[in-house]
Design a protein around this ligand. Sequence first.
Ligand code: NAP
Length: 250
Amino acid sequence: MGDSARLLLLGGTGEAAALARGLSEMPRLTVISSLAGRTRNPQELPGAVRVGGFGGVPGLVDFLKNQAIDLLVDATHPFAATMAGNAASACEEAGLPRLKLLRPPWQRTEGDHWIEVPSATEAAAALPALAGRVFLTTGRQEIAAFSHCAETWFLVRLVDRPEEPLPLNSYELILGRGPFQTESEASLMREQTIEAVVSKNSGGGSTYGKIDAARRLSIPVVMIDRPSAPPGPTVDSVEAALDWIAKRAA
Ligand code: NAP
């Protein structure tokens, strides 16, 4: 490492943005944040930002070399399994240290009625027996998995308005970006007479309001389990990531 360590921060989450802000205070460290470019108006980030895919593992290995990166922090969303796997492979190939920042999953508590499923496809399969009016909060990429639910009406919440109509028989679209509070989530679900919620087990506080609200209203949640993360050093908070980086970048 030269005078200043160079860190690639894979982002697209609130934690990654908070980490970028924390790292901007760290001396002798240059940070490049990377976003996939999925949302139209991403949060403002300090330091350098690059947007778009790298071109798989080979593209990321090239980027790491060309940018003389010393360490990589993968703070992508727990469901961004392809990027997490690519980061692990590329760092191994380039011989670079990699840290995964992974927020803990939500845990079922008393009063929760969760139906835990391994994928969006299984979530869709569970719906017909469960509810006619469903709050679908999985994000744009999983919606096609629900296209066979012909009898279900969906309240779909997305960050950005999609360019094409959604591949669902019957739905209403609302736009919104977290954090969402329990009170407003409960009102929305009551107004829309929601009978079940479909959610990824994203973890974190910013979208937990719907889980709290579902418990309060005794509504079942079809909870999609996380994909497994690649093995290797993992922390579950921004503070722990800052410590890990401070030790290596000093
Ligand atoms: P993914 O399926 O794991 O990745 C698909 C491809 O998108 C990757 O192979 C990579 O393209 C590119 N990519 C993903 N994250 C990137 C990043 N931070 N910087 C540059 N390229 C990236 O990812 P995803 O689930 O679509 O998530 C995309 C982004 O949205 C991530 O930054 C993630 O943190 C954020 N996000 C995802 C979710 C979710 O539910 N999945 C929720 C909230 C936020 P190449 O192979 O070309 O490099």
